[in-house]
Design a protein around this ligand. Structure first.
Ligand code: HEM
Length: 368
């Protein structure tokens, strides 16, 4: 049996409950949100850890604020990870399940790593509520665990792209390898391309922090100026590193994928240069640039996600596989229920978020 026939057989015989384009669009959108918040969590833990060990009044204060924010960001990252997980399992099921079965222990270790990362971050945050000099080792543990989780999920994602190699991993040594203990394929350049933006996005987050707390009388201007300027500097350096890692990864991709001609990748890279120029301008007035930079970063990550999805289609196209020839059995009931709860959920959450935003900023008006 050739690989394409094997992949067709591995598909869900019931087919898709709606057209593939909808699941693909939602996969790209939710992956964008997931990776942005992953960036904020990883970057936040890293900066909180650094500032804790380096010491100094402003750094310690920022460390406490970022540790607290990161507990929320890591929770949101986990919740937003579930969404692309659902969509990838629907349209790329043969690939996702094969990769996860080949490395089943690692898929379990991923959950353990997330749990350790999450709990140790909480301990780091809570311990310093009572004692500002509490041991910072929990932050190191949290960062190591969360990065390990990222390594595992990235390996599972790239293993899924190369079905021609599954047989070699499963039966390459002359006997069947059913242990699930191997992790077979990892691309450092790809991983860095998605993780280095942690420093860009946490830098922008720090600029937003300065802008957000500016109207509050209990936050002194000197501290907020320092946070905003440090954020702009960190984001600028992070972006320079990202440009280097991006091109490094690009050069390691197989030539037959023709990714060099991908317009979304070049659009993202072009906007990245605009972002770099804006960081230079933002150094003098971070508050003014915080919101436009956050928006631009979102657009760039969205383009990166579209390019990542086109790359996946390119990889699987080598095996004549397309999600667009998946059998479709439209189920209007479940699709309508899904979309209705999705939209209603957004509407319901919008109001409390708006109130919390204004309360935290001190701009909520008293009712007359
Ligand atoms: C907080 C720790 C996490 C980190 C650092 C992290 C990091 C990443 C990275 C770097 C990627 C891109 C992989 C690549 O394409 O090479 C990714 C993708 C993904 N993540 Fe996460 N992640 C985390 C948590 C989670 C959780 C808890 C879930 C699920 C509940 C999840 C689900 C996914 C899925 C399904 C993808 C791949 C989506 C696709 O193939 O399009 N992640 N993650």
């Amino acid at each position: 049996m050739d690989i394409n026939s094997a992949l067709q057989v591995l598909r869900d015989p019931f087919g898709l409950p709606f057209y593939a384009w909808m699941f693909q669009g939602l996969l790209v959108l939710t992956f964008t949100l997931h990776i942005l918040v992953v960036n904020l969590a990883v970057g936040g833990i890293a900066v909180a850890m650094y500032c804790h060990f380096k010491g100094g009044e402003y750094r310690r204060r920022l460390s406490r604020a970022l540790a607290q924010a990161s507990t929320i960001n890591i929770s949101v990252a986990i919740v937003l990870g579930v969404a692309p997980l659902l969509f990838v399992q629907v349209i790329y099921d043969p690939f996702w399940y094969a990769s996860n079965s080949l490395s089943a222990w690692w898929a379990m270790a991923f959950l353990l790593a997330i749990t350790i990362g999450f709990l140790s971050l909480y301990v780091f945050y809570l311990k310093r509520q009572k004692d500002p000099d509490a041991w910072g080792g929990y932050a190191v543990l949290s960062l190591v665990a969360v990065v390990a989780a990222g390594v595992i999920i990235s390996a599972l994602s790239v293993q899924a792209l190369v079905p021609a190699r599954w047989l070699e991993w499963y039966a390459g040594c002359g006997r069947l390898n059913t242990t699930g203990t191997g992790l077979y394929y990892f691309e450092v350049g790809r991983f860095l391309h998605f993780m280095v933006p942690a420093f860009i996005n946490i830098g922008i987050f720090m600029m937003l922090y300065a802008w957000y707390f500016r109207p509050r009388p209990d936050h002194d201007a000197g501290y907020l100026d320092w946070v905003g300027r440090s954020g702009a500097r960190l984001a600028k350096v992070g972006l320079m590193v990202e440009i280097v890692t991006g091109f490094w990864w690009l050069l390691t991709l197989p030539g037959n994928l023709h990714f060099m001609r991908n317009p979304y990748m070049w659009a993202g890279a072009g906007l990245g240069l605009v972002l770099l120029g804006l960081f230079y301008r933002a150094a003098g007035n971070p508050d003014r640039f915080a919101l436009p930079l956050a928006f631009l970063s979102f657009v760039i990550v969205l383009l990166m996600s579209v390019a990542r999805e086109l790359l996946r289609m390119g990889y699987l196209g080598l095996y004549n596989y397309s999600i667009y020839d998946y059998k479709v059995n439209v189920d209007w009931g479940s699709t309508a229920l899904f979309l209705a709860t999705f939209v209603l959920g957004l509407v319901i959450i919008a109001y409390p978020l708006m109130v919390v935003f204004k309360l935290g900023r001190g701009t909520l008006k008293e009712p007359r």
